[in-house]
Design a protein around this ligand. Structure first.
Ligand code: HEM
Length: 461
């Protein structure tokens, strides 16, 4: 057959293979049985690094670092967030996470300075103060007795306090207080509202009334923060001040309350549960690994002695960072993201059609046997400087990568290190038996399928 103008190489490529669902019910039985991540892993093992699946929508999953690079960097302009982010948009509106094109570029440039290295010293002070208040209150409450807590619940309270204090200032933080409970519900609803994207249709969704009620409550708190912020005349270097004072370069107009609300919501949503989950999963991975706990504790004791950390201590706690990196590899809070292809493309020899939903599967790249030795083993030492040398950067992307990578990347790594150091300085950590068996459930973030219980015993010095 002679080639015609229509026979572009891309059009000639085979489509990605993938599991076939049952008539009518599709993959629902398999999803029920194995969960989304289990189902994806099984399909990956059977069909290879690029495969198609129908889980209420048709998606092409990409588990190879080269394919992920193509979507997020090499040909990024072909892959937009599109409709797949509509569920998240219902909560965060047009915040940074959901914007596209020029509007995204302008907003990213505006928000970026709040996360620059120069700003991190001050942000770290706010983190450490939140950690100090939180852990000292626990110590005060329990005295010298050991106590057991639900790690996820506890860490969510703490990381929300951090994000409010660091980004909006402690004096305005009070205005957001009412939102703690409601925000938790809002987060659940983001997951449930993203139904068509990552949840099979059979997951029961709560009614619209609950959604609107929760949103009104959280919104009330956010508008109170904005109002209080507008009354302040000084720029205190927080993200809120930056948002309230920044003007459009051409028109000189300030951001509207609605724009500021969307950005505040975005930072609330993107900025606390992710870090709380990282710490929660870290505890599960410590199950049966007392030597890792002992090594972290020794590092903390040597570097900090009897004081809390500051920003300058962050690089001095490399083993803590290794444990966190390894946690993010195996149990990062974001297992995958989603893009919509604008035009046809080719990935690893297979055809991507315009309109396809393409899902870079970070958990795939993080455990790809061509890039990782014993990929399913928890081994913090694989992140030592020597063993990290020469690693393909696209095989490890817990914060995504390319221009849309997480703006809070360094913020959250510093936060996780300092909070963990503060915890280890005050308590002996005992992970309850069975924590290692907790299963990851991918909703929007990857959550534990049951409470992760951790016993803390105040240290006697
Ligand atoms: C362990 C903690 C965190 C992880 C694993 C994480 C992961 C991610 C990932 C994978 C993305 C890309 C999402 C996509 O492509 O749709 C992202 C984007 C984003 N993250 Fe994070 N994140 C974390 C913490 C934070 C924190 C602490 C903040 C803010 C205080 C934050 C704010 C954002 C924002 C605003 C975006 C959108 C950036 C843009 O599109 O320009 N994240 N994050």
């Amino acid at each position: 057959m002679t080639a015609t103008a229509l026979d572009t190489p891309t059009a000639l490529r085979p489509l990605p293979p993938g599991p076939r669902g049952w008539p009518l019910v599709g993959h629902i039985p398999a999803l029920r049985k194995h969960g989304m991540l289990g189902f994806m892993d099984r399909s990956w093992a059977e069909y290879g690094d690029v495969f198609a699946m129908d889980v209420g929508f048709h998606a092409v999953v990409i588990a190879h670092p080269d394919g992920i690079k193509r979507v997020l960097a090499g040909n990024a302009k072909n892959y937009i967030k599109g409709k797949t982010y509509d569920g998240v948009r219902r909560v965060i509106g047009n915040g940074l996470l959901a914007l596209e094109g020029e509007a995204w570029k302008t907003r990213r440039a505006l928000v970026q300075p709040a996360f620059h290295r120069a700003a991190l010293g001050k942000l770290t002070e706010a983190m450490v103060e939140s950690g100090r208040q939180h852990f000292d209150a626990l110590k005060e409450k329990h005295g010298t007795a050991a106590f057991t807590l639900d790690a996820h619940r506890d860490m969510v309270t703490l990381t929300l306090d951090v994000v409010v204090a660091a980004l909006f200032g402690r004096d305005l933080g009070g205005a957001a207080e009412v939102s703690y409970e409601a925000l938790g519900t809002a987060m659940e609803l983001v997951g449930e509202r993203s139904n068509g994207l990552v949840l099979p249709k059979w997951v029961p969704t709560p009614g619209n009334r609950r959604f609107h009620r929760t949103m009104e409550e959280v919104e009330g708190a956010v508008y109170r923060v904005i109002e209080a912020g507008r009354r302040k005349t000084t720029d205190d270097g927080t993200l809120l001040s930056m948002l309230l004072n920044s003007k459009d370069a051409e028109t000189g107009q300030l951001l509207s309350d609605r724009d500021v609300r969307d950005e505040v919501f975005t930072m609330f949503v993107a900025g606390h549960e992710t870090t709380a989950l990282t710490l929660t999963w870290l505890f599960t991975l410590l199950d049966g690994r007392p030597e890792v706990i002992a090594k972290m504790r020794a590092e903390v004791d040597t570097v900090l002695g009897d004081r809390d950390p500051g920003f300058e201590d962050y690089p001095k706690l490399p083993y803590l960072r290794q444990v966190i990196d390894e946690t993010l590899r195996l149990r990062g809070p974001v297992a995958m993201n989603a893009r919509t292809a604008v035009a046809d493309d080719e990935i690893l020899g297979l055809r991507i059609k315009a309109g396809d939903i393409v899902m870079p599967y970070f958990y795939g790249a993080h455990r790809h046997p061509d890039f990782w030795d014993k990929p399913n083993e928890f081994d913090p030492d694989r992140f030592s400087a020597e063993r990290s040398a020469g690693r393909n950067p696209w095989s490890y992307v817990p914060f995504s990568a390319g221009q849309r990578q997480c703006i809070g990347n360094t913020f959250s790594l510093v936060e996780t290190v300092v909070l963990l150091a503060q915890l280890l300085r005050r308590f002996d950590v005992e992970v309850q038996p069975g924590a290692g068996e907790v299963k990851p459930l991918a909703i929007v973030t990857v959550r534990p399928d049951r409470p992760v219980m951790v016993t803390l015993r105040p240290r006697v010095r």
